[in-house]
Design a binder for this molecule. Structure first.
Ligand code: HEC
Length: 237
């Protein structure tokens, strides 16, 4: 948190132009393979555009409409993630500067969901999730779990992390994950348990008896911003 002023906001790795940051994943869950062909074309064209053209989709007559809508939905997902990260960093930075870390716990427990709710509008819904969550309400759904596990495996293998997105044609929405990494400032509340301030430990034990979100080290995958964006015609032709 502390690294608010210095580093990338909230450790989000979704900036365009960063090495690997624009790679597109397509899910390999067979139940999600039933995209109408144009949807796949749109996603593939976008992937090619992202990788080779600095995040600009190649024009393609058939897939153009889908690409444009996909691109717009992706932009919204990225902006919402960056904005939520910014707000949390600012709020936590202010709290940590003006008081003990234990009082800053309120930022994560109250301000984070409030900010997420505020940014969730016009067909966009954003939340935070994690494999090792503190608040059970942030537990990942099956799609989020699969991708968080893959991201963790990538990180463990020393590969660069990317954002993840996939069109869920059945639900008519884009799903997006923006990975969140642990920064040094996060360790005050997410680091090794025996290194936490005793008042932080007490507060956490009181509010989160089943806390799984300690024991992280800087550079670990902490979780992700998870965004859904409703699309009018996710497989439009
Ligand atoms: C002052 C203590 C504190 C600091 C510092 C802190 N967190 Fe948290 N964090 C919490 C609390 C408390 C929650 C549970 C919030 C809730 O109830 O929704 C939480 C939850 C989260 C979650 C949601 C998933 C979950 O475990 O429920 C993420 C992601 C997260 N923190 C990331 C970070 C990152 C990244 C940093 C550093 C940039 C950070 N936190 C710094 C206290 C802190």
């Amino acid at each position: 948190m502390v690294s608010g002023q210095q580093g990338a906001p909230y450790g989000v790795l979704s900036k365009r132009g960063e090495a690997g940051a624009c790679e597109v994943y397509l899910a390999d869950d067979p139940s999600r393979r039933r995209f109408p062909a144009a949807g796949i074309a749109a996603a593939v064209v976008l992937a090619v555009g992202l990788v080779t053209g600095g995040c600009r989709p190649e024009p393609d007559r058939q897939a153009q409409a889908g690409v444009t809508e996909l691109e717009a939905a992706l932009d919204r997902a990225r902006s919402a993630s960056a904005e939520l990260g910014r707000r949390l960093m600012t709020a936590l930075g202010e709290q940590l500067a003006s008081g003990a870390p234990a009082t800053a716990i309120g930022v994560c427990s109250e301000i984070a969901p409030a900010a997420a709710n505020e940014l969730s509008r016009d067909g966009l819904a954003i939340r935070r999730t994690s494999l090792r969550y503190r608040n059970p309400g942030n537990a990942p759904d099956p799609w989020e779990r699969v991708w968080l596990e893959r991201l963790e495996a990538r990180l463990a293998a020393g590969e660069p992390l990317q954002e993840v997105h996939e069109i869920d044609a059945a639900r008519g929405e884009l799903r997006y994950l923006g990975p969140i990494l642990v920064g040094p400032g996060c360790l005050r509340c997410h680091g090794a348990e025996d290194e936490l301030d005793s008042d932080v430990r007490e507060q956490l034990a009181r509010h989160y008896p089943d806390d799984r979100a300690t024991g992280f080290a800087a550079g670990d995958l902490r979780g992700a911003f998870s965004v859904r964006v409703a699309m009018d015609s996710p497989a439009s032709d």
